[in-house]
Design a protein around this ligand. Structure first.
Ligand SMILES: [Ca+2]
Ligand SMILES: [Ca+2]
Ligand SMILES: [Ca+2]
Length: 438
């Protein structure tokens, strides 16, 4: 938690103010103070005081929210018999798509095409699965083309899913995020059957908020030319929920509860074990293999590679999960590949590292503090800056509080907990100073 200290104002004509700056992310921190030479009221000062009051008011609001959050955490702790349960957000996205039966426009219901990742004798499961080969198309499947004049024609196909767009920069292709839509996008691929081979053009669309999209695709046979255009609905499989966990120095244990974002009766729950390892000074999480359960009570065994940690990006952790067989209702093993994303807003010691991978037994990092002292006899001012070891803070100044162009005055890397920066009093009648954590 950030802390501001106001002291060291020796001349009653001087006024100094120090408070939290709500414009900055609390995780990184910023403190604000003001030096004012004369307590003369001018129109500009009046404006400034209004702004400063607003800042102070918001600061109080932040404190109230933090206090309420602390009480809520205490309440949860009491409920859990002393075990300090933490809640992180969780999301599970399948890298396979589930295609429904495709039909050919204008040719009637007997002309169909089914995708399947299972053996040809099994009922098709609609899975369009990822290839993970940068030199190949992104997804592939087997298919059965049903043409009344020819009978069923088996084949295989591969074409790209539009994966490049990541508008929210969470490193998950927007295509798999059901809250984001997909504008019409055309991709290419190829196919082969026992009687011909050729290329494919596919056009994808999906509305934001829906897990169901549309894929129009056309097979262009090298010997026979363009075949009829098929249209199929495809489903993006996405689950969202919570990870309830107990922070630990070595191994974090928790319970994951997830629900299909489009079908609340489709849920998954199970235990999660995250082992912490230290790699190049950074704590990484390794998720153990285990077994979850779906709404029908069916076991979903999953494998986590012990060589693939869950990397952290600010508050997010993401990693691959591979199920032995995610859909027990189909005849064979399928829908293996998923991405699990954990978002942990808990940061008890305020060092920017969520409790999920932080060490709860480590001493808390030094809080960010800023003290201003003014020595009118020497015409100097000194800032005593306290902060977490290893972090860097930059002192910035500006005559106008609402400026977007603050001047860097000095930077401090906390080799010690506290540092003092001394400088001459400013020429201008009023200056604002702020401290930013880098
Ligand atoms: Ca994204
Ligand atoms: Ca299956
Ligand atoms: Ca932390």
């Amino acid at each position: 938690m950030l802390k501001g200290i106001l002291e060291g104002v020796h001349d009653p004509k001087d006024a100094a103010l120090l408070c939290l700056d709500p414009c900055y992310d609390l995780a990184y921190g910023s403190l604000l103070c003001c030096y004012k030479q004369q307590a003369e009221i001018t129109r500009r000062e009046s404006f400034m005081n209004k702004r400063v009051f607003t800042v102070r008011f918001r600061t109080q609001l932040v404190r109230n929210v933090l206090m309420a959050a602390s009480l809520w955490v205490a309440f949860l702790a009491a409920l859990t018999d002393g075990q300090a349960q933490h809640i992180a957000q969780a999301r599970l996205n399948c890298l396979s798509l589930r295609f429904q039966r495709a039909t050919a426009a204008g040719l009637g219901p007997d002309y169909t095409l089914d995708l399947s990742s299972l053996a040809p004798q099994e009922p098709p499961n609609g899975e369009f699965y990822p290839l993970f080969d940068p030199l190949d198309f992104s997804h592939a499947s087997n298919f059965i083309l049903n043409d009344p004049s020819m009978g069923p024609v088996p084949g295989n196909l591969a074409f790209d899913v539009p994966l490049l767009r990541d508008s929210n920069t969470n490193q998950i292709p927007d295509f798999f995020e059901t809250n984001l839509g997909i504008e019409a996008t055309t991709t290419e691929g190829d196919y082969a059957t026992p009687v011909d081979q050729g290329t494919i053009k596919a056009t994808w669309t999906r509305l934001a908020g829906s897990s169901l999209g549309s894929c129009r695709f056309q097979l262009i046979s090298r010997p026979f030319g363009a075949l009829p255009e098929y249209t199929a609905s495809f489903e993006v499989l996405e689950y969202a929920g919570l990870l309830s966990y107990t922070p630990s120095k070595s191994t974090v244990k928790g319970i994951l509860t997830l629900t299909n974002v489009q079908n609340s009766s489709d849920a998954i729950t199970g235990p999660v074990t995250l082992a912490k390892t230290l790699t190049n000074g950074v704590v990484e999480l390794l998720m153990a293999s285990g077994r979850w359960t779906n709404s029908a009570g069916q076991a979903l065994a999953h494998i986590f590679s012990t060589l693939e940690p869950f990397p952290r990006n600010h508050l997010n952790y993401s990693g691959y999960v591979q199920f032995i067989d995610f859909d027990p209702n189909t005849a064979g093993e399928d829908y293996f590949d998923w991405i699990l994303i954990l978002n942990d807003p808990n940061d008890s010691d305020g060092d920017g590292i969520p409790d999920l991978s932080d060490d709860p037994s480590a001493p808390p990092a030094a809080r960010l503090e800023l003290q201003l002292e003014i020595d009118r006899a020497r015409k100097t001012m000194s800032f005593k800056i306290t902060g977490p070891l290893g972090r860097t803070a930059t002192l910035q100044g500006n005559e106008y509080l609402d400026s977007t162009n603050w001047m860097d005055l000095n930077a401090v890397t906390f080799t010690n907990v506290s540092h003092v920066l001394e400088m001459a009093l400013p020429d201008s009648p009023m200056m604002f100073y702020r401290l930013r954590m880098n």
